[in-house]
Design a protein around this ligand. Structure first.
Ligand code: IMP
Length: 187
């Protein structure tokens, strides 16, 4: 069985990935190493910088994941600052910023990027997106983060009103993880 380290402080994410990769004979082990998040509005650049930073210090195969919510009418905010915005203004603050936004101005996309790296080789990125709209008020109690205010396209409920299994089938992270799994199946 191959071991791959997951560089994260979020054990919920580890569990989600572990379940899927065990089927491929890959053992996922959590490694709580911090890495700097550079000032860039592109999640790809943030993830690549983080992966190359860890790669210089950690000499075993690993994955890491960065995610964010990008709201069209706020110029992509909170985007790469999603964690910071969540801990400061939260869902309530985002709803206040959006109080006059109607129709297309409520469009948003969740993005998730997994990076896989092993010593010497350039890290590989896997991107997943989920398009939707920002709700008028918080709804639902499942999930985490911005789940209560995000309604994925073709649904009338927020991520927080879905069961985790339902969310994972359509979510940004579900999609980037599927691409990572396909990659592992082929190596
Ligand atoms: P991170 O890159 O996983 O730390 O995510 C950054 C921030 O985006 C988190 O603090 C969450 O608030 C938010 N976020 C990421 N993924 C999700 C999700 O699936 N649902 C809701 N919020 C999310």
């Amino acid at each position: 069985m191959k071991t791959i380290y997951f560089i994260t402080s979020n054990s919920g994410k580890v569990l989600e990935v572990k379940n899927k990769l065990t089927n491929l004979d890959i053992n996922v082990v959590q490694k709580n190493l911090g890495y700097p998040e550079i000032q860039s509005n592109k999640l790809e650049e943030v993830a690549m910088f983080g992966a190359e930073y860890v790669q210089k210090r950690f000499k075993l195969p690993f994955i890491l994941e960065d995610a964010g919510l990008f709201i069209d009418s706020l110029g992509g905010f909170p985007g790469v600052f999603s964690a910071y915005a969540f801990h400061t203004i939260g869902c309530d603050g985002i709803l206040k910023l959006m109080k006059n936004a109607k129709g297309n101005d409520r469009k948003a996309v969740f993005r998730s990027i997994f990076a896989y790296a092993e010593p010497v080789k350039k890290p590989v990125l896997f991107i997943g997106e989920c398009f939707g709209t920002i709700s008028d008020k918080m709804r639902g109690s499942n999930g985490f983060g911005y789940d209560p205010i995000f309604i994925p396209d073709r649904f009338n409920k927020t991520f927080a009103e879905m069961r985790t299994s339902e969310k994972n089938q359509i979510s940004h992270r579900g999609k980037s993880l599927e691409k990572l799994i396909d990659f592992f199946k082929n190596i």
